[in-house]
Structures are given as structure tokens and as C-alpha cells.
Design a protein around this ligand. Structure first.
Ligand code: NAD
Ligand code: ZN
Length: 246
């Protein structure tokens, strides 16, 4: 995509009434966040499918926590990149009305975004397996953290395989998508449901969908604009163009 097209996208954003963004693992690639799939996904002899499940936690909570503490440590060493920062800036300026992410790395929050709908949860938030206690850790967990209220185990507040998504968050997500007239999809392969169908909700009421990805995805044939490139480069370029419209 050449600069003229990028200009068209900036134009569409500047004319939008309700602009939302949906992000996936690709936006954190330039921050070197491991994917936990394929090669990156292996920890000792385990893979994510064996560890990120309620039954794995029930059977061996200390093993599951060891793995999460290792991930927290790895991600704690990563920094938000210009793509995360641009989205935080757009929220501050009122350009971006809602940010929906499939990521659990917390980099949007660390980049300064305040209002993030984390559909798969957050690696840094823990919740009690017995009561309603929830808190956000500042450093990687040590051992199995326990609940300050009831002393039961705390677990990572992420959506594990076989679990359903948080209905309260999903209600907010669908409300945002219904309202959106422009939606930017950044760094997602659009293979994991229901997030993969989020942009289609925007299309259903004739909204504009913009995709930023290194490659084409299953979504590409239905989007209005596909920008091929790195999110960390494209978003700051779009921001510069937007500044010209102001
Ligand atoms: P995915 O790994 O399936 O797809 C990533 C997409 O990003 C690919 O289409 C790739 O072409 C694109 N991409 C890679 N680098 C890019 C860049 N620099 N700029 C723009 N695009 C780039 O990711 P997904 O669709 O988010 O699905 C993965 C699932 O695994 C999600 O449910 C997520 O919760 C979880 N996950 C989360 C993290 C994280 O928190 N950072 C990391 C890995 C996986
Ligand atoms: Zn408790």
C-alpha cells in the first residue's frame, strides 16, 4: 500500500464518528513478546495446551504458576512499541473510542491506554478460585499466591482453553462494535473466535474496516482497507497524517 492509500485511511479515521481498534498478538511482535505457539511455545516439555487449562491447575497448581511466573518475567522485560503508544495517544485525544484486545501481555496499559477491553484476560491480574477477590500483580508471582481474604489459591485471570469468555466484558465489547462506524484490526490472524468475527459486526451495519497486518488474513477479502506492514511503523505514520487534518 502506498502513501496515497495511507492518506485515504487517515481521512476515513478523521471523518469517523466512533472509531474502535481490535488488536492481536502481532501488535506485540515488535516488542519481542513470545508467541507461546510453535517453537516459542515450548516450556520444558510442555506446551500451552497442557498448561493453560482448569484441569492442569487443579492437578498441579505450582507447575502452572511456575510457567505463568516465567511468562510474566519474560513479558515484564518487554516494552510497549510505537503501535501501542499511538493507540494510547489516540485514546487521550478522543480519536479512539474503544480498544479491544486479545492479548494478555498488558502492554496497552503500560503504553498508557486507560480503557482496554481484554477479552482473553490479563497475565498480571490474579483472581481467587473460591471468592470474588481480584488484584493486579506488580511483579512476577513467586510460588502459588494465596487469597488475602480466604486463603485459597489465586490463579491468573486469563481465559484458559475450554473456558468461556467473561460475559461482562463481552457485553461491553459487543456494545462498542455495534456503535462503531470505523474499526481498525491490527496484528491478528483472525482465526480465534469470537474475536475473528468482531469486524464483521462492524461491516454488518456498513462500518469501515481497516486491517493492518504483515500478511493477508481470512478477513482481508472483506475489509475496506488492507495495509500491509508493521504495526509499529504504520500507526505512527497514520498519526502524522492525522495531525495534518487537525
Ligand atoms: P496470531 O499469532 O494468530 O496472529 C498474529 C498476526 O499478526 C498474524 O496474522 C501476523 O501476520 C501478524 N503480525 C505479526 N507481526 C506483525 C506486525 N509487526 N505488525 C502487524 N501485524 C503483525 O495472533 P492472534 O490473532 O492474536 O491470536 C492468538 C491468540 O493467542 C490470541 O487469542 C491471544 O490471546 C493469544 N496470544 C496472546 C499474546 C500476547 O498477549 N501478546 C501472544 C500470543 C498469543
Ligand atoms: Zn478468596
Amino acid at each position: 500500500m502506498n502513501m496515497t492509500h495511507l492518506g485515504e485511511v487517515a481521512d476515513a479515521i478523521s471523518k469517523s464518528d466512533y472509531f474502535v481498534a481490535l488488536t492481536g498478538a502481532g501488535i506485540s511482535k515488535e516488542s519481542n513478546v513470545p508467541t507461546f505457539r510453535g517453537e516459542d511455545g515450548l516450556w520444558r516439555q510442555y506446551n500451552a495446551m497442557e498448561l493453560a487449562t482448569p484441569s492442569a491447575f487443579a492437578k498441579n497448581p505450582s507447575l502452572v504458576w511456575e510457567w505463568y511466573a516465567w511468562r510474566q518475567k519474560l513479558i515484564g522485560e518487554c516494552e510497549p512499541n510505537p503501535a501501542h503508544k499511538t493507540l494510547a495517544l489516540w485514546e487521550q485525544r478522543g480519536i479512539l473510542k474503544s480498544l479491544i484486545t486479545q492479548n494478555v501481555d498488558g502492554l496497552h496499559i503500560r503504553a498508557g491506554s486507560k480503557d482496554v477491553l481484554e477479552v482473553h484476560g490479563d497475565l498480571w491480574t490474579v483472581k481467587c478460585i473460591a471468592c470474588d477477590h481480584r488484584e493486579r500483580l506488580q511483579i512476577a508471582a513467586v510460588g502459588i499466591p494465596s487469597c488475602p481474604k480466604c486463603n485459597n489459591h489465586l490463579r491468573p485471570d486469563v481465559v484458559w482453553f475450554g473456558e468461556s469468555l467473561n460475559p461482562e466484558i463481552m457485553k461491553k465489547v459487543y456494545a462498542q462494535l455495534e456503535q462503531a462506524d470505523t474499526c481498525m484490526v491490527i496484528g491478528t490472524s483472525a482465526l480465534v473466535q469470537p474475536a475473528a468475527s468482531f469486524p464483521l459486526i462492524v461491516k454488518r451495519h456498513s462500518g469501515i474496516v481497516i486491517e493492518i497486518n504483515l500478511e493477508e488474513t481470512v478477513l482481508t477479502p472483506v475489509v475496506d482497507f488492507h495495509i500491509s506492514g508493521k504495526a509499529g511503523e504504520i500507526l505512527p505514520e497514520l498519526d502524522e497524517l492525522l495531525n495534518k487534518f487537525r
